[in-house]
Design a protein around this ligand. Structure first.
Ligand code: NAD
Ligand code: TDX
Length: 328
């Protein structure tokens, strides 16, 4: 019999790519129906997934908020989900510095709402599973000489965004420890790819360069992020959901640590634009210096590996996607 799984936040960047690359696969379509719950905030764009919604009967879209206890309760009652993958979140660090409240409301209380409803279903169906899409930022920051984050690295978030994601992770852990509810957490590094909202570094740099506008580089531009192509992340999320062990955390990384300044320069070169467009601006408050991920557990236990090379493949595909939207 087909299972029905709830996907939240899948009109956003990572989730919309998940809809395109994972849920529409024949093997997955044969086994699963998906209900997509998204509040369509500034980051959620229904047009990202409209072609898939039009083409596939096993996908149902519901506009709604994960904080809405009544709506979420009714959805869980109606569909009797066999699992939940929670992508929904406020995701932008700069916004969290300006207004942390919505980050606690959506990322912490919204997650708690989903966990509570999930617990009701788990009590009726021991095969029920919950996956929380989390981030490497919960581990805090690294210096150059530090080893990469492992799943044992203590949680030490620095921004209101990462503190809210860490709080959600801890609530997930509590539901496993207290109620034995099968919760799996993935913690991934910086995603890039098509459909990313243009407030994020890579699409912003592309957009500014295409318009011959200044590219704002925070501080010295020496900060390091580990970049992962969004499809690699989504493969890992699905493997963790289907094969991951209850109560476990799986780190997912791209094996592509780069300084921000270098990334901006590669984008300019790809687009044939001058480096004089680079503009060093006031640094982000509390700017984490470096993220790096040790994903050997996901390699061993899930058989997962990142496959898309950053400069040679992923960045070019991403630039071409945005060029088709924005180039005049
Ligand atoms: P995004 O901001 O592009 O999309 C978030 C989506 O969630 C949007 O569709 C939005 O409408 C929806 N949403 C927001 N609040 C909601 C609410 N209260 N109820 C229902 N839907 C709501 O984010 P993204 O970059 O696609 O990130 C998806 C998930 O992956 C997040 O949990 C994020 O923390 C995590 N993550 C992101 C990255 C990254 O590099 N972007 C890396 C690791 C983990
Ligand atoms: O204009 C900019 N200039 C700049 O130098 C912006 C928007 C960013 N930056 C820097 C800050 C970071 O060092 O670029 C780097 C990447 O910034 P963001 O795209 O804002 O990503 P980051 O803060 O690293 O967080 C991202 O990765 C982890 C996602 O937004 C999170 O949702 C995810 O959890």
């Amino acid at each position: 019999m087909k299972q029905t799984v709830l996907l939240t936040g899948c009109a956003g960047f990572i989730g919309s790519n998940f809809i395109k690359t994972i849920t529409c696969r024949d093997s997955i379509k044969a086994q699963y129906d998906f209900v997509i719950l998204d509040a369509l905030t500034y980051a959620g764009r229904l047009e990202n997934i409209q072609p898939e919604l039009d083409a596939h009967k096993h996908l149902t879209f519901v506009k709604g908020d994960i904080r809405d206890t009544k709506l979420v309760h009714e959805l869980f009652q109606k569909y009797n989900f066999s699992g939940v993958l929670n992508f929904a979140a406020e995701s932008h660090v700069d916004r969290s510095i300006e207004n942390p409240n919505i980050f606690v409301e959506t990322n912490v209380l919204g997650t708690l709402n989903l966990l509570k409803e999930s617990l009701n279903l788990f009590e009726e169906n021991p095969a029920f599973k919950y996956l929380q899409v989390s981030t490497d930022e919960v581990y805090g920051t690294l210096q150059m000489e530090d080893p990469a984050f492992t799943e044992e690295t203590p949680i030490s978030p620095n921004s209101p965004y990462s503190a809210s994601k860490a709080s959600a992770d801890l609530m997930c852990r509590a539901f496993f420890e207290t109620y034995k509810m099968p919760v799996v957490i993935t913690r991934c590094s910086n995603n890039y790819g098509p459909y990313q909202v243009e407030e994020k570094f890579i699409p912003l740099m592309i957009k500014r360069a295409l318009a011959n506008e200044k590219l704002p580089i925070y501080g010295t531009g020496m900060n390091i992020r580990d970049w992962i192509y969004v499809d690699d992340h989504n493969e890992g999320v699905w493997l963790a959901f289907t094969k991951g062990k209850a109560g476990e955390v799986y780190n997912l990384g791209g094996n592509s640590e780069r300084q921000n300044l270098d990334v901006a320069k590669i984008i300019l070169k790809h687009l044939g634009k001058p480096e004089s467009l680079l503009s060093f601006v006031t640094d982000r408050k509390g700017h984490d210096f470096r993220y790096a991920i040790n994903y050997s557990k996901a390699q061993k236990e899930l058989g997962w590996n990142p496959t898309v090379r950053f400069e040679e493949e992923g960045l070019g595909k991403t630039i071409e996607h945005f060029k088709s939207l924005w180039a005049k």
